[in-house]
Design a protein around this ligand. Structure first.
Ligand SMILES: Cc1ncc(COP(=O)(O)O)c(C=O)c1O
Length: 360
């Protein structure tokens, strides 16, 4: 019996040897942008995707009432709150919206219903793991396009990009990605936070993609996701989206919290986030610290010393993760700062000071 799990031990050791072992860090939030670590230290959090500072809002937390759905929405788990949220999202995005338990599930379902074996898909090389897995599962032929180059082969069925890339913090030129093929834009890091009405980068660029994926777990501060597209896609998702059909519906509270978040995520909060972004990026530029992108995701490429700098920042009370391979290519290890509308001037200025000291 002692080697019953020997193969698994071996696998873990391999992960360890390659420096890929990951560890959880438990945080107890103490405010919108602060938290207590397990050892009692309080840190300023600069790595949450709660971009509008909604997750800790007492009104949102109070909206998290009600029970679990108890089954798939297709069995006995469909609730009025699900319908109200889908109606609100459909109104905001101008086409039918379908709810999912997470962005991961949304991407698996939508790629599954859009594609068949033999279809050709162009996919940006920096696309999120859920898009990669969704494409793999669909059986379509994937053409991986170097990041940011809108090169879609003739005859392709679909091009897949993100609205705001989570590790490079940049936006694609969506107009250049359009063509005969369909366009799917995953706006996980953009909805709520940017664009008119928080409709994301596509709306900001005046482009209507065929299909849009948004999350409720980032700028909207809760849990879940949605797919926006033509009415037929709504029907396909409900009938054949495997991660819609064969999974428990969102808890009612998650839908109620998201409904409230849609209301609270207003232009004032978005402007406040944009202002935090300008303040941080300008201060870093003044210190001679280059950044990628222009939005509230602020990557600083440092190479192999990124992890040591992240550790030095933590010693000074700032939680900013170092990102290393395989998440990013070797040599482009980086700090990934994310901003919240709730960060104060003092927090932003303190981070820049700590970073510039740590780099020296
Ligand atoms: C681009 C992108 N798509 C999808 C997801 C998955 O979203 P969720 O966290 O709601 O599963 C993420 C989240 O990390 C993401 O960055």
């Amino acid at each position: 019996m002692s080697d019953r799990y020997a193969a698994l031990d071996q696998r873990l050791q391999d992960i360890d040897r390659r420096g890929l072992r990951r560890h959880l860090r438990t945080l107890q939030p103490t405010g919108a942008t602060t938290a207590r670590l397990a050892d009692g230290r309080t840190v300023q959090v600069f790595c949450s995707n709660d971009y509008l500072g909604l997750a800790q809002d007492p009104r949102i937390q109070a909206a998290w009432a009600g029970g679990g759905a108890g089954s798939s929405r297709l069995i006995s788990g469909d609730r009025p709150a699900h319908r109200e949220l889908e109606d609100a999202l459909s109104l905001r995005f101008g086409r039918p919206a379908t709810l999912f338990g997470s962005g991961w599930q949304a991407n698996l379902a939508v790629l599954g219903v859009l594609l068949e074996r033999g279809d050709v898909v162009a996919s940006d090389s920096l696309n999120h793991a859920s898009l990669i897995d969704g494409l793999r599962l669909s059986g379509a032929t994937r053409i991986i396009v170097p990041h940011g180059r809108p090169e879609v082969p003739a005859g392709a069925r679909l091009a897949v990009v993100e609205g705001l890339y989570s590790m490079d913090g940049d936006r694609p030129d969506l107009d250049a990605w359009r063509g005969e093929h369909w366009l799917l834009v995953d706006e996980a890091h953009a909805v709520g936070a940017v664009g008119p009405g928080g409709r994301g980068v596509a709306a900001d660029q005046g482009v209507e993609p065929d299909f849009l994926v948004g999350t409720l777990g980032k700028a909207y501060g809760g849990l879940g996701a949605f797919v926006v597209g033509p009415p037929v896609v709504r029907e396909l998702l409900v009938s054949a989206g495997r991660s819609f059909v064969f999974t428990t519906g969102l808890p009612e509270g998650a839908a109620r919290a998201a409904l409230l978040a849609l209301e609270l995520a207003d232009d004032e909060r978005r402007e406040r986030l944009a202002d935090r972004t300008r303040r941080l990026r300008q201060a870093l530029a003044q210190e001679g610290i280059p950044t990628l992108g222009r939005d509230h995701v602020v990557p600083i490429v440092l190479g192999p010393r990124a992890m040591a700098v992240a550790a030095a920042l933590l010693d000074r009370g700032f939680l900013v993760p170092g990102i290393r391979p395989p998440t990013v290519p070797p040599g482009t290890e980086r700090l990934r700062i994310t901003l919240s509308a709730a960060h104060s001037d003092a927090q932003v200025d303190g981070l820049v000071q700590a970073l510039s000291d740590s780099l020296r």
